[in-house]
Design a protein around this ligand. Structure first.
Ligand SMILES: C[S@@+](CC[C@H](N)C(=O)[O-])C[C@H]1O[C@@H](n2cnc3c(N)ncnc32)[C@H](O)[C@@H]1O
Length: 276
């Protein structure tokens, strides 16, 4: 079976579908990206080209195929303690000050948004176990959400390759919180049980039962969206946050020029965004 490159209408159809379903903007000229991500999907369904895949996507009942295509267009790059500074800020200032401000309620809600394969939320869970034994009697709720059901399954399994482990996980934490599982490493049940994973598409309505969040990680996902979408999502994040909570964005992201209701605060080498 020969694999053919796609026609321009097929690329247009795919980029419109992706932006409608996920808000991810595929810039013109990124045809190579669409091809490298979607030709394997086409092949897996016995199709020889993206044009054929596009025809199949338009058939009634193609819901599962649409999900698969959107999933394949997400970038799931992540690592343990990614960029380190936000985690230092959590440990040195954000969590200690929340502990003193929430000492009556003894409740802490943390949201890892667009959590991908789970390294971010498990890093937060390990940091809490490691440095805040006083939270043992609290209701600490770590919610982790992503659009991609496939990546959520991986996150939930808590199983990582040696390469993933080598990227950012300190050796003492590996020894303390992971067990060998064949060629892989599996996170301990103690840490896994601290986290609740759920599917959530940032551009669809959010479940109303989300608790008010003290800490929100929304990192390395806004970069894929248009300015309008970034603004809408940050407005929604603002609404689900405690007024004295803290938001963390990715290193290449900021609220600059978005006219949203957050103040910037530098903690050590990290930038946090505080609801106004
Ligand atoms: C690069 S990863 C970021 C992972 C992690 N936050 C980090 O910084 O390491 C981006 C994630 O955003 C998710 N994503 C993309 N569009 C989304 C949307 N509309 N709603 C929810 N998640 C989305 C992708 O599935 C992917 O797992």
């Amino acid at each position: 079976m020969s694999i053919e490159t796609a026609t321009t209408p097929s690329f247009d159809y795919i980029s419109q579908l992706i932006v409608r379903k996920s808000a991810i903007v595929i810039d013109p000229g990124k045809n190579y990206l669409v091809e490298s991500r979607l030709l394997p999907v086409a092949r897996a369904h016995g199709m020889a080209s993206l044009d054929e895949l596009v025809q199949a996507l338009q058939k009634p009942g193609a819901v599962a195929l649409v999900d698969e295509v959107v999933d394949a267009m997400t970038t799931n790059e992540s690592s343990f303690f990614r960029d380190l500074h936000p985690f230092n800020a959590l440990r040195e200032e954000v969590i200690p000050s929340l502990i003193s401000r929430r000492s009556k309620e003894r409740v802490l809600n943390v949201w890892s948004n667009a959590c991908s394969s789970g390294q971010e939320v498990y890093s937060i869970a390990m940091l809490i176990r490691e440095h805040f034994p006083e939270l043992a009697g609290w209701r600490v709720r770590l919610t982790a959400t992503d659009l991609s059901k496939q990546i959520l399954q991986k996150a939930q399994s808590g199983i990582y390759t040696q390469t993933e482990i080598n990227r950012g996980l300190p050796m003492p934490m590996l020894l303390k919180y992971f067990q060998r599982d064949g060629m892989h490493w599996r996170i301990s049940d103690e840490i896994r049980r601290m986290v609740e994973f759920k599917a959530l598409n940032l551009i669809e309505p959010w479940p109303s039962m989300l608790p008010k969040m003290d800490i929100v990680f929304l990192r390395n996902v806004l970069i894929y969206f248009s300015v309008d979408t970034k603004k809408q999502i940050l407005d929604k994040v603002h609404r689900v946050m405690q007024s004295d909570g803290a938001l963390f964005l990715g290193g290449a992201e900021s609220t600059m020029n978005l006219n949203v209701k957050f103040d910037r605060k530098i903690i050590g080498k990290a930038t946090t965004y505080l609801p106004i």
